[in-house]
Design a binder for this molecule. Sequence first.
Ligand SMILES: *Cc1c(COP(=O)(O)O)cnc(C)c1O
Length: 484
Amino acid sequence: MINYLSTRNKNTTATPTMAILNGLAPDGGLYVPSDLSALKIDYRDVINMDYRGMARVIFGRFFPDFGEEEIARIVEASYADKFTAEEITPLVPVGDRYVLELFHGPTCAFKDVALSALPNFMVSAARLNDFNDEILILTATSGDTGSAALHGFSDVPGTRIIVFYPEHGISDSQRLQMTTQQGKNTCACAVRGNFDDAQNGVKRIFTEIPRPAEGVSLSSANSINIGRLVPQVVYYFAAYAALVKAGRIQAGDPVDYTVPTGNFGDIMAGFFAREMGLPVGRLVCASNKNDVLTEFLTTGHYNRVREFHKTTSPSMDILISSNLERLLYFVCGPEQTASYMKALSETGEYTITEEELAKIQSLFTGICASEEEGASAIGEVFREHGYLLDTHTSIAWAAAEKYQGDSPNVILSTASPYKFSRAVMTAIGMEPAESDQENMQKLEAGTGIAAPAPLKAIFQLEVRHKDVIEKDEMMQYVKDRSVR
Ligand SMILES: *Cc1c(COP(=O)(O)O)cnc(C)c1O
C-alpha cells in the first residue's frame, strides 16, 4: 500500500491519513507519496465518469487507508451541494483556448475545491487513527485562503477554526467574506500589522503551544498539506474529459495546462495528474511581476532575495513557493532537496544541477507577465470574446499567449473576476467607484455578465466577527478560545 515520506528524509514516513493529520512532516519537509507508480490508473476509464466519480478514484489512489466506502462518503459531503456549477469545474472555450473555471464554490476562488474536502479528510483521518483531540485550525491569510478555509470548516464537528488577517491591505469584499462567516466554530480576527506579522504570529503559536488546551491540537489548512493538493488533481482529469466529450481532442492527445502560480500547489497537482497517466503535454507556470519561478525554471537558480512587488494578482505575490519542494524531491531526491532547502533558509538561494534542470524542463515552462500585459489580456479577451478574466487568470492568459504551443491549451481560472472588480474595471476601460459593492454593481451593469450570488450576498449579511487585536496578543487570543 502507498505510504508517505518526507521530502527531506525518506525514513520519515506516515500512513496516508496520518500525513493528512500531521500536515507538515516532523523534520520540516512536505509529505510525498512513496511510490509514484502506485498512483497509475487507466485514464480512459476515468474520463467517462462525472466529477465525483473521478474524485472517488483519485482520492482512493492517494489515500487508500480511508477505504472505498469512506472515500465515497467524503466525496459526497465535499461536492454534493457546495458548488453552483453542475460540472463543479466547467471548461469554457474562449477563442482558441479553454478556460477551466475553478471558482464556482462558496467563496468564488479555486481554493474552495480543496478546502471543501480537507475538513472531511481531517475528521475522518482523526476517527480512523483514534485521535480524540479537537482539531483547532489556525490560518493567517492575505485574502482568499481565509474565507475558503472558514467556509470549509464551518460547523464541521470536532473542529474549530481561527483565521487572522491584516487589519489593512485586504479588499472590502475579502474582509466581509470572512467577518460575515456563519458557523458556531468559526472565528476571524484582524491583526494590527501586515500579513507577515499575522503569519509570524501563527508560526510562533504552532511551535510554542501545539496543544493550546487539554484535548485540543492545532493544525493547518494551508497548501503544504497533501490533503489540500490531491483534490486539485481531479480537475486536470475533468478538463481533459470535457475536451474529449466535446470532440475537441481524441483520447490520448496531449493537452497543455497553463497555471497562474503562487505557492506551486495548483500546478503540482498537474504533475501528479500526469504521473497518474493523464496525457498532460506541458505545464506552463505563469507568474506575475514576482518572477522568482520563471527565473528558476529557465536557469535553475532560485533566489528569493529580490524586491517584493505588490500587484493586482495578490495571491501570486509570493517569493517562497513551498510546494516546489515536492517537485525537487522527485527530481533530485531527499538528500539534495534537504540541502537546497537549508541553503534557501540560510542564504535565500540555491542552484540545481543542469541535469536536474533538464528533467524539470522536460515538463515545465516558466513564463511571467507584467501588470500591463495582464491588464491588456483582460481588455482584449473582453472585447474580442465577451468573456471576463480575473487578474490572476489574465496573467496565465498572457503567459499562454507567449508560449504558443501546438496542443490545446487549458488555462486554469482561479478566481471570479468579481473578486477583483476594481482592477478588472480599470482593465476594460471603466471608471471604478469607491466601494467594492458599487464596483460589483457597475461591472455587472457594464458587461451584462452576472456576479456570483455568494459574493453579492456578503454586503447584506450581518458582521459577526469584529475583533481587532495587537500582533503580540495573538497567542493569548488562541489560548482563550481553546478551552473546551
Ligand atoms: C492561491 C491562488 C493562486 C495561486 O495558487 P498556488 O497553488 O498557490 O500556486 C492563484 N490564483 C488565486 C486566485 C489564488 O487564490
